[in-house]
Design a protein around this ligand. Structure first.
Ligand SMILES: [Zn+2]
Ligand SMILES: [Zn+2]
Length: 321
């Protein structure tokens, strides 16, 4: 029988070896080097979109949230989408840090999960558009300030080049304070080689019209459908300009708003677009190397179609991926 001293020595050696392995081979973030990834998470009624750039840089656009919930000592009772859905997804990717969080606008279904994400991860920057006169917005800003996270206003006309991906801010056009409105949403377009992604927050027809009038490049192979597929967004002129090959609606099952609006989904489908819905398909992930795009959805593509091929994801007469 091994004496106790020797056993504890072996135990200590084991702990030291494990510690050394963790230092030498830290649990690293999982991403596909050289590919841009956009995942529309399934957060029920709300938005949260995770982006990984080809060099591993990370961006989280909104963090979901349940409308109507209140904070108790900075925490939310019941389900906290940030704590219970978004953070576990990010942890599953081996992440401890998010480079950029974008708060598109000050509605609870977009920012409710943010305090938890700010608590659970080291965050580089928080991007906002307009300064919104809303309690939830102020709460997120206070949380960011307490963590020493830089808050940066991003406005129309700004561009960045991240690992070969051009990030363009298409909206809002001013940071002047406003009451929280869908039409204040930060709109981003990501261009990687031949492929492009349009992330629209909750914009409605007035901003769709303004962006069209501004004459920015709007065509995008992937569209995050504005405002959960609501009736007052995705106007024919806007859809015609974007002409997405793939689109996703972030929406809660049997939600109280009746989203998505059947006429809106009809308009999208009439473009020959392949349409995903998070309430039916679960999270939707699109990746590209700038040449070819892969689409995967968590529920509807369980096994046989784990990776939709480019041709399967394209409409018959649409452009090749
Ligand atoms: Zn919303
Ligand atoms: Zn909204």
């Amino acid at each position: 029988m091994m004496n106790r001293k020797r056993a504890s020595g072996i135990g200590l050696a084991f702990v030291l070896v494990c510690a050394a392995l963790i230092v030498i081979y830290p649990f690293s973030a999982r991403f596909q080097r050289g590919r841009l990834e956009v995942t529309v998470l399934d957060v029920g009624q709300g938005d949260s979109i995770f982006v990984t750039f080809p060099d591993g840089r990370t961006m989280l656009v909104d963090a979901g949230g349940l409308p109507g919930a209140n904070y108790v000592r900075g925490m939310r009772p019941g389900l906290d989408v940030g704590e219970d859905v978004v953070s576990p997804f990010l942890w599953s990717r081996g992440l401890k840090r998010i480079d950029t969080i974008v708060m598109t606008h000050a509605h609870e279904d977009h920012l409710g999960g943010m305090p938890a994400v700010l608590r659970n991860f080291r965050v580089g920057e928080l991007w906002v558009g307009r300064d919104e006169d809303a309690a939830g917005y102020r709460h997120v800003l206070a949380e960011a300030k307490a963590k020493g996270v830089a808050v940066i206003h991003r406005l129309r006309g700004e561009h960045f080049d991240w690992a070969g991906v051009r990030v363009s801010v298409l909206w809002p056009d001013s940071s002047d304070p406003a009451r929280a409105r869908n039409d204040d949403s930060v709109v981003l377009r990501l261009q990687d080689g031949q492929d492009s992604f349009l992330l629209t927050g909750d914009i409605e027809r007035a901003v769709e019209r303004s962006i069209l009038a501004d004459g920015d490049e709007l065509a995008a192979k992937f569209l995050k459908v504005p405002h959960h597929g609501g009736r007052t967004s995705s106007t024919p002129a806007f859809l015609e300009a974007v002409h997405p090959v793939v689109a996703a609606i972030s929406v809660g099952e049997a939600n109280a708003y009746g989203d998505p609006n059947p006429e809106t989904t009809e308009r999208i489908l009439a473009q020959g677009t392949r349409l995903f819905r998070t309430d039916r398909d679960g999270a939707v992930t699109i990746t590209t190397d700038g040449q070819s795009m892969n689409v995967h959805s968590f529920l509807s593509c369980a096994n046989p179609c784990s990776e939709l091929s480019s041709s399967a994801a394209s409409p018959a007469e649409g452009p090749a991926f």
